[in-house]
Design a protein around this ligand. Structure first.
Ligand SMILES: Nc1nc2c(c(=O)[nH]1)N[C@H]1C(S)=C(S)[C@@H](COP(=O)(O)OP(=O)(O)OC[C@H]3O[C@@H](n4cnc5c(=O)[nH]c(N)nc54)[C@H](O)[C@@H]3O)O[C@H]1N2
Ligand SMILES: Nc1nc2c(c(=O)[nH]1)N[C@H]1C(S)=C(S)[C@@H](COP(=O)(O)OP(=O)(O)OC[C@H]3O[C@@H](n4cnc5c(=O)[nH]c(N)nc54)[C@H](O)[C@@H]3O)O[C@H]1N2
Ligand code: SF4
Ligand SMILES: [Mo]
Length: 736
């Protein structure tokens, strides 16, 4: 449905294509429904297609300057009937099937089940699972719904599977977590970037421009990835460690920094705490030891240190590679140590940043759907925070529950002490670690309600499916990976029988006896969010819809000006230039040691499995698997393996392979390539069924962030014999 006229903009970086055509005057300026780059786009009426929308360029938005990846370009396909849900579904007690129902019937059923569960087992038997794709307004309302309307502590969200390790490490190091503490444009102007475990060329194609500009300006790029990805192809230096060994790698680089006298002693003395312990830990990781652990040759370690320390400014950026490990928090801490010890943090054009993933992955973690958080990035255990937020909510502080279980722990407890679940904005049947087990837990619930745009694999298991508005059908704010708060505007009317998530929460709260405090107008919710966030770390109180409509987003913190101040707060594109956010203004080094993955290879499971993404599919694929053009580009799962491993097991290109771990098995065709380490296989996780990568993954959790170890586990790889595929799971039994 997107326009195909030739582009007016200069050539875009590989993987990202400018959408063609002149800007239609009638276009609604908005942002992409998918990832955290939140590319600007315009939505205009599609020619010759009544009610249809076409994506048009929005070159004035500085992050993507009109360029979009294939997912953004084809996003209007998500609006089609036949793709999206168009009415509520309720599981029939007679047939056991999901059948169309009225909103009243559907909502009554959900409210009855939640109230019944609460009456029988207590409020904590009701659980809520949210998503980093929800707008700030929805995430805020969902957290409030759990704590005020349900009174349960048991709420968490899929962001726990995403950037929680980096968030925890940044909190520890800097006293504040904002994915990138600087705008992406700074990446083009620094001297060297170490990109750790990010395949930006596939996961945020328009952002490759910043790396290209960096190199054109004489800067250098180091990519750390066990695979020679499209992103690694573009680097000056590619380090390919064994998955799960980034902690040793970072310590090894810091060792060389110290040994070569490259420590910025002045910066360390003035702006940090904890250097002696961090230094001692690094000194225990000498280069030859690090080579043995990681497989990265010592000369490459030396070259990385040379490139990183040669220019005045440098950055370390991490993504899911080093973070989705059972030691993700310590690993990110070690990379932050490297930037602190060399004085490459808290200065202009230098610093550490995490590339957050989901459309509102940043805002989603700030406004209260996370188990331990209240709006404004406040801590649920902080008495002052509880008092402030309870005041805004008009409830006594002691009525707010404490922190609940983390995402995997919550899913693992379903059918145990958690009896009923509301899912809003996630598809854990495909995306959770040890997914077959999680699927079983979901089936064992007394009651499951899913609010979604499409009939996802998780929605298929539900007792009630609530069809909600998405992206172009509604207005709301998101916060991009830069910490830039953006306005996504409604461009089209939703189908008649579709309601918003805010409406769902409003109606359910009312049925649970809370008739006030759940408005359905996004701007009204945002107004309350501003007050709830005021004075907190992520302060949005100075941000209004009006400002967002006029400016290209506003970076938080943006407090409301006091009575004596005349002009509005400009927002904060760059953090930490004067001081870090700890009370003494100093950053904290992490005293961390390398440790093995939760599951190492052995004779029975001799190969390392790592997982990740391909450019044409998004996450669990619930949305993108429904877009024809994307499905053609990436039709199904595969197992990427090195020719040497392929030869050992006698596999040829395209042969079905069985990958077996201690959790289960997956079957998918071989994709043989020299770009991966011979000891490692890679699977994308976008598909359900026999090729579901998460049949295999290890739910071992990071002790601090509770992040599962998606990026490494031990497997055995074999050629598949006939009938190796697992039988499709049975439909869920109807509930009472
Ligand atoms: N096309 C597409 N784009 C997306 C998404 C999507 O699903 N599809 N999802 C969005 C979201 S929510 C996220 S979180 C981001 C994720 O964005 P990325 O983090 O870029 O994505 P991944 O593919 O999960 O992992 C990145 C790289 O980590 C490497 N890796 C694996 N194990 C290790 C390891 O142990 N160490 C290191 N250093 N690297 C390792 C993988 O080989 C992979 O190339 O993408 C966002 N954008
Ligand atoms: N093996 C492996 N597993 C992984 C990862 C990995 O790298 N490897 N990465 C992890 C990461 S980083 C992430 S972020 C997770 C993501 O995994 P999921 O949480 O499953 O992510 P999505 O597929 O984006 O699911 C979002 C769902 O919400 C729906 N939706 C979209 N917008 C709305 C809305 O406004 N309201 C409602 N109610 N629903 C909406 C979509 O249709 C979709 O069904 O996967 C994790 N799982
Ligand atoms: S890079 Fe992300 S935000 Fe940009 S068009 Fe692609 S999916 Fe959308
Ligand atoms: Mo993510």
């Amino acid at each position: 449905m997107h326009s195909t006229a030739p582009s007016l903009t200069p050539p875009a970086p590989a993987g990202s294509e400018p959408v063609g055509g002149p800007r239609a005057a009638a276009a609604t300026p908005t942002h992409c429904p998918y990832c955290a780059l939140q590319c600007g786009m315009g939505l205009a009426p599609a020619e010759g297609e009544p009610g249809g929308l076409a994506v048009v360029e929005r070159t004035e938005f500085p992050v993507n300057r009109g360029a979009l990846c294939g997912k953004g370009r084809t996003a209007p396909a998500l609006l089609a009937r036949g793709v999206r849900l168009t009415g509520p579904l309720v599981r029939s007690a007679v047939t056991g099937e999901l059948e169309p129902a009225s909103w009243r019937t559907a909502l009554d059923r959900v409210a009855r089940a939640l109230a019944g569960t609460r009456g029988t087992y207590g409020a904590d038997a009701c659980a809520v699972f949210g998503g980093g794709g929800l707008t700030n307004e929805k995430a805020y309302a969902l957290g409030k719904f759990a704590r005020v309307a349900l009174g349960t502590a048991q709420i968490d969200y899929n962001g726990r599977f995403c950037m929680s390790s980096a968030a925890a490490a940044q909190q520890k190091a800097f006293g504040l977590d904002r994915g990138l503490p600087f705008p992406l444009e700074d990446v083009s102007r620094t001297g060297c970037v170490i990109l750790v475990g990010s395949n930006l060329a596939e996961t945020m194609p328009p952002a490759v421009r910043f790396l290209t500009e960096l190199r054109e300006a004489g800067g250098t790029l180091i990519v750390v990835d066990p695979r020679r990805t499209r992103t690694a192809e573009a680097a000056d230096l590619h380090l390919a460690p064994r998955p799960g060994t980034d902690l040793a790698l970072a310590l090894g680089l810091l060792h060389l920094v110290v040994a070569q006298g490259l420590t910025d002693t002045e910066f360390v003395a003035e702006r940090t705490v904890g250097w002696p312990e961090a230094r001692a830990a690094a000194m225990a990781h000498w280069p030859e030891l690090v080579e043995r652990i990681t497989g990265v040759p010592v000369p490459q370690l030396r070259e990385a240190v040379r490139l990183f320390t040669a220019p005045r400014n440098a950055m370390v950026l991490t993504a899911r590679g080093p973070e989705q490990q059972s030691k993700g928090t310590d690993t990110v801490g070690a990379w932050i140590n490297l930037s602190l010890a060399t004085g490459r943090a808290g200065r202009p054009l230098s610093g550490y940043g995490c590339l957050t993933g989901q459309g509102n992955g940043q805002g989603g973690r700030e406004h209260g759907q996370k188990a331990d958080q209240l709006p404004g990035y406040r801590r649920l255990t902080d008495p002052a925070a509880r008092e402030h937020v309870a005041g805004v909510w008009g409830v006594p502080p002691q009525s707010l529950p404490g922190p609940g279980r983390s995402a995997y722990e919550l899913l693992d407890a379903l059918g145990g002490d958690l009896r009923a679940l509301l899912v809003m904005g996630s598809n854990p049947v495909v995306s959770a670690p040890r997914a077959a087990h999680v699927e079983k837990r979901l089936r064992s619930l007394d009651f499951l309600a899913v609010a979604d745009v499409v009939l996802s694999e998780t929605a298929r298991l539900a007792d009630v499916v609530l069809p909600v508005t998405q992206w172009a059908e509604e207005t709301g704010t998101t916060t991009s990976l830069e910490g830039r708060v953006l306005l996504r505007r409604q461009a089209v009317e939703p189908p008649r029988e579709v309601r918003s998530d805010l409406y769902v929460l409003h109606e359910l709260a009312a049925r649970l006896g809370v008739g006030q405090g759940f408005p359905t107008e996004p701007e009204e919710v945002f107004g309350e969010l501003r007050r709830a966030s005021a004075g907190g770390p992520a302060d949005y109180s100075g941000i209004t819809y009006r400002r967002l409509a006029e400016e290209q987003g506003v970076f938080w913190p943006c407090p409301e000006p006091g009575p004596a101040e005349r002009s509005p707060h400009p927002g904060t594109p760059r953090l930490f230039l004067e001081r870090f956010a700890h009370p003494d203004g100093r950053a904290r080094f992490a005293a961390v040691e390398h440790r093995p993955a939760a599951e190492e290879t052995d004779g029975e499971y001799p190969v390392v499995l790592t997982t990740g993404r391909v450019v044409a599919q998004y996450q669990s694929g619930a949305q993108t698997r429904r877009v024809a053009e994307l499905n053609e580009a990436a039709p199904g799962p595969f197992v990427e393996l090195h020719p040497r491993l392929a030869a050992r097991i006698g596999a040829a290109e395209g042969d079905p392979l069985v990958v077996v771990s201690r959790r289960g098995r997956a079957v998918a065709p071989a994709r043989i390539t020299r770009t991966i380490r011979p000891d490692t296989v890679f699977m994308p996780f976008h598909w359900p069924g026999a090729g579901r990568a998460n049949n295999l993954t290890n739910p071992a959790l990071d002790p601090t962030s509770r992040m599962p170890e998606f990026k490494t586990c031990a497997v055995r790889v074999e050629r598949a014999t006939d009938g190796a595929a697992e039988p499709e799971a049975e439909p869920r039994r109807p509930s009472a």
